[in-house]
Design a protein around this ligand. Structure first.
Ligand code: CA
Length: 395
């Protein structure tokens, strides 16, 4: 037995093995696992090994797999870890990653977007409400969030059409309609729900891992001018709902576990339903490329709320979760200027433009391309890549 060859700098080493949905030529879309420069075509391997449920991997989405729950996720991971060590068995089913098209990995059920980074919330508070306290009084008592639009979540690589809408400049008398002039990104981590919960039964912080399968990288495209005019008093609406891009490979919580770090201190103390015995965070670093140039490296480690608290909060009123639900962290910004996860913050609302390939820039122009990648770092220094999410603005 020998291992499948993996280049040393690959995001997808033999301990990662994220799942995604790929298309090869005009063949039916199906499920694969990423390793090094390859996709393992799982359906035929599973069939050849007469694995129970082998047909799951011939599905065009991960939903059926996700719905089976934690014991199946764990057994599948054990199987994949073995496959990674059995090059001879797997070799006939390895497809170069560069020859496949990656699709949306799961059919998105409901989408919730949080606002869990204190640095981001403070920055936005200072920019949108300069005369008030940056954080609103509720912020440290509950993970603030809103329900987003699941139907406009798109696969990485999908072109993003510049949204139009109402916007009103601060010095204008009346709003006008037209293309957004302040189109932005939001760097986020997205959590993928597998096991549903029952209506009327909150999900406790301690059962997070029974419901959430894994994570993707999220770019929550945002039209700041539309958002600023419409969001009072009910919150984000058309400034957010036109498109949200996600990365194609879903990295399992089991793979990410090696990068778990304790959650930072929460003061004031949270209510009991948000308190848990094992509140963790992940040591994940994002990298934002604007037309190929790195402009920011937001650290997920700096987030205030843990994902288990987000899930507990979004269900505490009895709202149920469904297979394929996605809930995202909200923009991740670190304490340093070059760790900000939106161009609104990076350019300080246009007042301090960013130099991109020699040009002074604040918001997205047509033709711009943004790529957000991420990796988790384990205690031993190994990197677990989350891959990347990319998108280009078209008029
Ligand atoms: Ca967001």
């Amino acid at each position: 037995m020998s291992r499948i060859d993996v280049p040393e700098d690959s995001p997808f080493g033999p301990e990662n093995l994220p799942l995604g949905v790929f298309r090869l030529g005009d063949e039916e879309p199906r499920i694969g696992a990423a390793i090094g420069d390859y996709v393992i075509d799982l359906a035929p391997v599973a069939a050849a090994q007469m694995l129970d449920g082998a047909q799951l991997f011939a599905e065009p989405t991960l939903n059926k797999f996700l719905a089976l729950g934690r014991p199946t996720w764990h057994a599948t991971r054990e199987w994949l870890l073995e496959l990674a060590q059995e090059k001879e068995t797997v070799e006939p089913y390895l497809i170069p990653r560069e020859s496949v098209t990656m699709l949306l990995p799961f059919e998105v059920a409901d989408y919730v977007d949080f606002y869990a980074s204190e640095h981001h919330a403070s920055n936005v508070g200072k920019l949108f409400r300069p005369d008030a306290e940056p954080l609103l009084p509720n912020w440290k008592h509950l993970p603030v969030g809103y329900h987003g639009r699941a139907g406009t979540i798109v696969a990485s690589g999908t072109d993003i059409k510049r949204p139009s809408g109402q916007r009103k400049a601060p010095d204008a008398d009346a709003p006008t309609y037209g293309p957004s002039q302040r189109l932005d990104i939001e760097v986020e981590l997205g959590y993928v729900v597998g096991t549903p919960s029952k209506l009327g039964e909150p999900v406790s912080v301690d059962s997070f891992k029974d419901h959430v399968y894994g994570v993707v990288v999220v770019n929550d495209w945002s039209a700041r001018d539309i958002q600023a005019w419409e969001y009072v008093p009910l919150g984000p609406f058309l400034g957010k709902s036109f498109a949200t891009s996600i990365s194609p490979w879903v990295v399992s919580l089991e793979a990410l576990e090696a990068s778990a770090v304790p959650l930072g201190a929460q003061e004031p103390a949270v209510l009991p339903y948000l308190d848990g015995k094992d509140l963790t965070n992940f040591d994940i670093t994002f990298e934002v490329k604007w037309n190929g140039q790195v402009v920011s490296r937001p650290p997920y480690k700096s987030i205030y709320w843990s994902a288990a608290q987000m899930l507990a909060h979004l269900s505490v009123n009895g709202a149920s979760v469904r297979t394929g639900d996605l809930f995202a962290s909200g923009t991740v910004s670190g304490p340093e200027p070059d760790q900000r996860g939106s161009f609104l913050e990076l350019s300080w609302s246009g007042r301090e433009p960013v130099t991109v390939n020699g040009e002074q820039r604040s918001f997205l122009l047509d033709g711009d391309e943004v790529t957000i990648s991420a990796f988790a770092t384990t205690a031993t220094g190994t990197r677990i890549g989350l891959g990347e999410v990319t998108g280009r603005i078209v008029p």
